[in-house]
Ligand binder design. Structure first.
Ligand code: PLP
Length: 392
């Protein structure tokens, strides 16, 4: 073929991280077939969906079998019943979001990737370490990326700096991979900075439901954020929808770039390139906000967070430095002196058959760290702690 391809794809890191982890785990299994490997690298939920969500989806499925209740294409931006439920959920945090500002999607990852359609040539500011989708989607659309270092010195929470200019700033709180969470004061500084410099914040709140302390769950809890921020969120980690697929993005009506309304542009983008989320899924997502639905996913989150707390207590006892765990399902742990991320990954795999995620896979500043996920079963967490106890 002689067509022109998007050359930017050659600049991507070829999904190095998870392929490399699988390769090393496979090699270990071949060498020691009897070993039971415990996966603390997993970023996916493991507990089943709540009963009420399942029952609601079954009912919605039955509706599709009858002429009177059958539904075809859903509205491009989602059904009002789900938008109203999301709008009510925001009220819990004192945030008013109109249903015209909410766009239902098949998940946060798609929205984060697709948002680049709205923008021309900008500098994008991305934390290091980072959830790789922010970076890769911008590489694909040839935007210049500047890294904001998330290190021990800034508590893994980069803040505006004098040299930062007008651009698109990706913030994720609670953070994947570090588990760090922005305070109200810190987010307020970001919002003021964005307003002063004419910048846009893309705020990823995928882990908001894991927050236990007094931290903002939404960027819109901060005054002025409706004029400078888009918020992306998801039912994946909140209600266990990683396989069902449902998320949403809030594009405020007040969000304008010169004469362009980003809300209208995103509506146009979605109606052109997206044909909506299934009725069954949206009914399931709506029921995740019922009292029963919330109680069910809260129970699952409590289980993951108990895992995180137990691991944190173990690390603390052993004097191992970490962050995260109390407001996020991740712990960001410092490798012992002299070990790089991948070296320590190999050491744990080889000597106690536990896999973690090497920090270097999330960016240069991740070197010397690893991420532990608490999305495993309590039994696996107990066994992993026992095994790590013999080594660390
Ligand atoms: N944002 C962050 C920070 C994530 O860690 C993930 C998934 O791991 C996503 C977004 C993707 O969420 P979804 O399953 O809704 O696509």
């Amino acid at each position: 073929m002689r067509i022109n391809v998007n050359e930017n794809f050659h600049k991507l890191d070829n999904n190095y991280l998870f392929c490399e982890i699988s390769r090393r785990v496979k090699a270990c299994k071949e060498k020691k077939p009897e070993a039971k490997i415990i996966n603390l690298g997993i970023g996916d939920v493991t507990l089943p969906l709540g009963r009420s969500v399942i029952e609601t989806m079954k009912k919605a499925c039955d509706e599709q079998s009858k002429k009177d209740t059958f539904r075809g294409y859903s509205p491009d931006t989602g059904y009002d019943f789900l938008k109203n439920a999301i709008s009510n959920y925001y009220k819990k945090y004192g945030v008013s979001v109109d249903k015209e500002e909410i766009f239902i999607s098949d998940g946060a990852k798609s929205d984060i990737g697709n948002l680049t359609d709205l923008f021309g040539d900008n500098t994008v500011y991305i934390t290091d370490p980072v959830y790789p989708v922010y970076l890769d989607s911008n590489i694909m659309s040839s935007c210049k990326a500047v890294f904001m270092r998330a290190t021990e010195e800034n508590g893994f929470l980069p803040m505006p700096r004098a040299e930062y200019k007008t651009g698109i700033y990706y913030l994720c709180s609670p953070n994947n991979p570090t588990g760090a969470v922005y305070s109200r004061e810190k987010l307020d500084t970001w919002v003021k900075f964005a307003l002063e410099t004419g910048s846009l914040i893309i705020f990823d709140a995928a882990y908001e439901a894991f927050i236990k302390g007094d931290y903002p769950h939404s960027v819109y809890e901060i005054k002025g954020a409706k004029e400078c921020a888009i918020e992306v969120c998801s039912f994946s980690k909140t209600a266990g929808f990683t396989g069902i697929r449902c998320g949403y993005t809030v594009v405020p009506e007040k969000l304008n770039c010169e004469s362009y309304s980003l809300n209208k542009m995103w509506r146009r983008r979605q109606s052109t390139k997206f044909n909506g989320v299934s009725y069954i899924t949206q009914r399931g997502a709506e029921s995740a906000y019922s009292d029963e639905g919330v109680a069910e996913w809260r129970k699952n989150i409590d289980c993951y967070m108990k895992n995180a707390t137990r691991m944190a207590e173990f690390l603390k006892k052993r004097g191992i430095e970490y962050t995260g765990a109390y407001n996020a399902p991740y712990l960001w742990v410092k490798c012992p002196e002299g070990y790089g991320s991948w070296e320590f990954f190999d050491y744990l795999l080889e000597n106690c058959h536990v896999t973690v995620t090497p920090g270097a896979g999330f960016g240069k500043c991740g070197e010397g760290y690893f991420r532990i996920s608490s999305f495993c079963s309590p039994a696996d967490m107990s066994e992993a702690i026992k095994r790590l106890g013999t080594l660390l």
